[in-house]
Design a binder for this molecule. Sequence first.
Ligand SMILES: Nc1ncnc2c1ncn2[C@@H]1O[C@H](COP(=O)(O)OP(=O)(O)OP(=O)(O)O)[C@@H](O)[C@H]1O
Ligand SMILES: [Mg+2]
Length: 250
Amino acid sequence: MIAVEHLVKRYGRFTAVDDVSLKVEPGEIHGFLGPNGAGKTTTLRMIAGLLEPDSGRIVVNGHDLAARPDAAKASLGFIPDRPFIYEKLTAGEFLRFHGGLYGLDGNGIHARVREMLDLFELRRWEDELVESFSHGMKQRLVMSAAFLHRPRAVAVDEPMVGLDPRGARLIKDVFRRMSAHGVAILMSTHTLEVAQEMCHRVSIIHKGRIIAQDTVDEVRRMAGGHDEHLTSVFLKLTGGSGLQEIDEVV
Ligand SMILES: Nc1ncnc2c1ncn2[C@@H]1O[C@H](COP(=O)(O)OP(=O)(O)OP(=O)(O)O)[C@@H](O)[C@H]1O
Ligand SMILES: [Mg+2]
């Protein structure tokens, strides 16, 4: 599980994350939606322990991140929006290195690395240098690394960006399977169709504040209408389509 309580992050006088609370239960896929600059990445980086909150509390799988950072981080898989991968390593080397950071070693790690390479359809490239990988292959490699140590919770920042339909399908299937096995997944996305298709619940963040938090159906109903597509609900909640502004400057 991932529990975030009254989280605040300020940059000078600007409040990027403003009293955000959310909870992702075991087995839940929770969508984190909001326009550019809303505070999604900032929140996810705090959950991953990469950025210190000004106030609020984060609990990952029962471990308070401030009090027990090692235990909290060891039980989380984090997939950043712009991952860093050592380009001069092969896929297999990268995963074994990553596993080592999480305390995996010995014979077990080789089998686990192969399992991940198979799952993310990268086995053929085990001994190829990462620098030769396409964007989609790198994305799948980063996913393999995040799931390698069997985390019970995963925080992922825009996993579908730049993936072809087959790659996107694969990632969706893996997330669904992981959630069926009880993994809690918090996923930021701009792809409302993805949220609608995959998420049990969503939180919508706007200017650092949560403005809606519920099931997709309930959020849609709240914005006035059962049949409405999540896209128009989102535009309503965050203040219009922007088309008027475009008309004004054209
Ligand atoms: N290091 C920083 N210093 C100052 N302001 C920052 C810093 N990092 C983020 N911000 C600001 O905080 C706000 C939230 O940024 P964040 O990256 O969390 O948004 P986001 O919801 O992930 O947006 P996107 O959809 O574009 O990825 C933005 O206004 C951004 O400019
Ligand atoms: Mg972001």
